[in-house]
Write a protein that binds this ligand. Structure first.
Ligand SMILES: Cc1cc2nc3c(=O)[nH]c(=O)nc-3n(C[C@H](O)[C@H](O)[C@H](O)COP(=O)(O)O)c2cc1C
Length: 201
């Protein structure tokens, strides 16, 4: 099983990176092949809205690092998208990434990709300074809904709170809880593959 972690934070060693890497660690311990992508190191430009991705089969016409992510997403069985909460929403980096998914979810562009995307599992993991977990719940629920509309199989939405009081790496409670998210992704994938084999035999 291939899992990619997308760290949509400006900080390579910040809370989001630590959190996503913990989930990947849990998955890796169960045998998954994991890769982390740091948006702080990637050049991902905003969608131009040119609809170039609808014309022909060359995909998004912007030649930047999103092309690497399109390829990584296509190969992945599951995606862990981590974002800090900025001004009550996902980071700008995460939003630009989400807009650029337009090129690969369009059925006119690629029905084949859409079919595969439908099977991709997604974990959304947010973190915020504020300790109140209900603070942005409406937005979190809405964002989950958007990714479901984009045909992702949203397995888990976590919101890690209170980062302003204690950074993620100092939080003893997070270690096992986050690793469990990664390991359950792998066990669910295995069970699903096993059931599919039984059904088709
Ligand atoms: C520009 C900016 C806006 C933020 N807005 C919020 C917010 O609306 N609510 C909140 O609880 N935390 C907010 N935070 C705090 C971050 O969500 C928090 O520090 C997070 O852990 C940062 O993750 P990182 O280390 O990956 O950058 C904000 C931080 C910044 C820099």
């Amino acid at each position: 099983m291939k899992i990619i972690g997308l760290i949509a934070s400006p900080h390579k060693e910040g809370n989001t990176a630590w959190i996503v890497n913990k989930i990947l660690e849990g998955a890796k311990e169960q045998g998954a092949e994991t890769t982390a992508w740091y948006f702080s190191e990637l050049d991902i430009k905003p969608c131009r809205g040119c609809l170039g991705c609808h014309k022909g089969d060359r995909g998004c016409v912007i030649n930047d690092d999103m092309q690497k992510l399109y390829a990584a997403i296509e190969q992945a069985d599951a995606i862990v998208l981590g974002s800090p909460i900025y001004m009550g929403q996902m980071s700008g980096q995460a939003k630009i990434f989400t807009d650029r998914l337009f090129a690969v979810i369009s059925p006119r562009f690629s029905p084949h990709f859409k079919e595969k995307a439908a099977k991709k599992k997604l974990v959304l993991v947010f973190n915020q300074g504020n300790p109140d977990s209900s603070m942005f719940q409406t937005y979190i629920d809405y964002t989950k809904h958007i990714f479901e509309m984009l045909e992702f199989d949203v397995k888990e939405v976590s919101v890690i709170t209170g980062m302003r009081n204690e950074p993620a790496h100092e939080r003893k409670d997070l270690d096992n809880a986050l690793k469990a998210v990664g390991s359950s992704l792998v066990s669910e994938f295995r069970n699903h593959s096993r059931n599919n084999k039984v059904e088709s035999s």
